[in-house]
Design a protein around this ligand. Structure first.
Ligand code: HAM
Length: 409
């Protein structure tokens, strides 16, 4: 067949997909422990949501969006990220009080595909809306850090910065613009183009690090409110033992941020696509979308990259038992047994296709079962052969004791 999955997308199948499911459920459980509720929003939105929310001058909106007209000519876009959607949903629902939502799912960006950089990629994330205080930032940063620990990503640096409020950024922007204009012939064409529209992005342009090494940084222009906020974020993190490093040039690629911004970078990495997650505060976003001013802070973690960076998580066997049918005449009894054990909550698989016993045992191994239950001649006496596949030992037991036997393995 010559129809392939589109460039930059992946088919994620078993057994690999078990790890993905684990990644999502681990985040789900963690988010619940921190008081976030499941939040489902559309995979596509009006294009304007991202143009306004994420920002016209950002790389994401300028170059990476999957935008199309629907049958009535409305411009829609596959979501490149979820924060704008969640804030829109919050505002659509009345936009009142504190809202803590978590999400997981695919995002779409037209990027040059490579390892850990996909056109359809997967994020898990949380948004903490309606809380202006710095302890919300601390909670969100902690949650992301704990997640990486649970996912077995070793030695992660939390890179932290404050880019200040609108007024602070205005001052910084003017100073930075002036500084960049003086050096424009040294900058890459992309950076040069950004000087007028989005000068802060020049700071984290990989192609321009040498030129911008001693450029002014946002931290030097923080007003007293932002500075105080940042100080509490830092001491809050220290108080609960979350290690971080201040990264004065971290500005992030989306326009909605103010004050706290952060990224998680595994130390073994060094490449451009190094961050396995990131986020920050976005106190101006609700207003940009036409709602009343509402503070917010959140993060998103990239599953594609987390699974690449993970040292591995031991999921244990995937099946409690594989039922082996000794003779075709035993099939119906074996299928009945599978049904009963599944109803009791056991993870059971069976091959009712009349294959040889040897082939079925191979399948049991391949499917990562911890036991095999052979339905054969003993069945007339209400017994089965049970085999512990890890230890390679087997015995004959009464059918009604299977549950007990599995529990004791
Ligand atoms: P972001 O930094 O654009 O932030 O994306 C978050 C994470 O998604 C990245 O750190 C990375 O791990 C992953 N990611 C991004 N693009 C790709 C890609 N093309 N392929 C694979 N992984 C990718 C946001 O999306 C914000 N919405 C985060 C946020 C939530 N800020 C506040 N609330």
């Amino acid at each position: 067949m010559d129809i392939r999955a589109p460039k930059g997308t992946d088919d994620i199948l078993p057994p690999e997909s078990h790890l993905w499911r684990h990644a999502v459920t681990t985040f789900d459980n963690l988010a619940q422990r921190y008081g976030y509720g499941l939040t489902l929003t559309p995979l596509f939105e009006q294009t304007e949501l991202f143009a306004r929310g994420v920002g016209e001058d950002t790389e994401v909106v300028e170059k990476q969006m999957y935008t199309f007209a629907d049958r009535k000519g409305r411009s829609l876009t596959l979501r490149p990220e979820a924060t704008a959607s969640v804030v829109r949903a919050y505002l659509s629902g009345g936009g009142d009080g504190v809202f803590k939502g978590s999400y997981s799912g695919p995002m779409f960006r037209y990027e040059r595909p490579q390892k850990g950089r996909r056109r359809q990629f997967y994020q898990v994330g949380v948004e903490y809306i309606g809380e202006a205080g710095p302890f919300a930032d601390v909670e969100v940063i902690e949650l992301g850090y704990r997640y990486l620990q649970e996912m077995g990503v070793p030695d992660v640096a939390v890179q932290l910065n404050s880019i200040g409020d609108v007024a602070d950024r205005q001052t910084f922007r003017t100073v930075l613009q002036e500084w960049l204009r003086e050096r424009q012939e040294l900058l890459s064409p992309d950076a040069r183009r950004r000087i007028e529209g989005n000068p802060m992005r020049v700071l984290d342009s990989k192609a321009d690090t040498e030129v911008t090494a001693d450029a002014p940084t946002p931290a030097e222009f923080l007003g007293s409110d932002s500075a105080a906020h940042f100080a509490v974020v830092r001491s809050g993190l220290e108080r609960i033992g979350i290690p971080y490093v201040i990264e004065p040039r971290l500005v992030r690629g989306l326009d909605y941020y103010n004050r706290t911004v952060f990224e998680y970078v595994p130390r073994q990495y060094g490449a451009a696509q190094s961050a396995v997650g990131g986020g920050g505060r976005y106190d101006g976003l609700a207003e940009v979308l036409g709602g009343r001013p509402t503070p917010g802070v959140g993060l998103a973690m990239g599953l594609d990259r987390i699974l690449l960076a993970s040292d591995g998580v031991d999921l244990g066997p995937l099946l409690d038992a594989f039922i082996v049918v000794a003779e075709p005449g035993n099939t119906s009894d074996a299928v009945g047994l599978a049904s009963r054990l599944r109803l009791e909550g056991w993870r059971i698989d069976i091959d009712p296709g009349g294959r040889s016993v040897k082939a079925q045992f191979r399948k049991a191994d391949k499917k990562d079962a911890r036991a095999a239950i052979v339905v054969g001649t003993e069945w007339v006496d209400n017994e089965v052969v049970v085999r512990d596949l890890a230890r390679g030992v087997q015995e004959v037991i009464p059918v009604e004791e299977i549950g007990q036997w599995l529990t004791n393995r």
